[in-house]
Design a protein around this ligand. Sequence first.
Ligand SMILES: [Zn+2]
Ligand SMILES: [Zn+2]
Length: 202
Amino acid sequence: MAHWLAGSRDWQVCGTCCQLRGPFVWRLKGMAYDHVQECDCPRQRRTDGERPETWRGFDYNTVAELCQACGCRVLDSGSRFSIWFCRECRQRATDLNAELGRTLVPIGRHSILHGVASRTTPKPTEAEIGAFVNRFGALVERMRRLRDWGHVVVRRNLSTVGYADATEIALTDYLAAVSGIDRAGRSEEMVMWMTLDRHDLE
Ligand SMILES: [Zn+2]
Ligand SMILES: [Zn+2]
């Protein structure tokens, strides 16, 4: 866990959107910047054009998030190279992808672009471009599903540990409470979620 999170009682899991929020100080080139990470709730309420400026040194205004598979571990975030899983869940996802020979579970934004990057020399044929667009569309859809699962799993975890009705919970309390959750089981639930037919989700 990031050093600035350790022992901090100011970070919370939002009971509404299931995301992390809290204040932190970011040090960059000898400067200290005070930031507050918002959960999704205020972001949802903002109208287009009201987007706050992106923090210096970040690709998006997120410094920490929960593992997208098990929801039990805090990860560093905010870079386009950020990985969406804790070490164990990442290993399970890459093993599964290798076994299937395709990216069922994308592990990060960058890996997606990398995985479907269309080769440019020699010039791709129309069919190759079409295949690229299809694969990319499928991956974007899987990314969306994975994000949805990232919320669902935290909701399930909150319910499992008896916080189903909490409007917020201190992150340290949450992490302690979910330490006994079967994370491999959550990974399997994630894979089931990723492979459900679309109409099953509605
Ligand atoms: Zn929220
Ligand atoms: Zn995990």
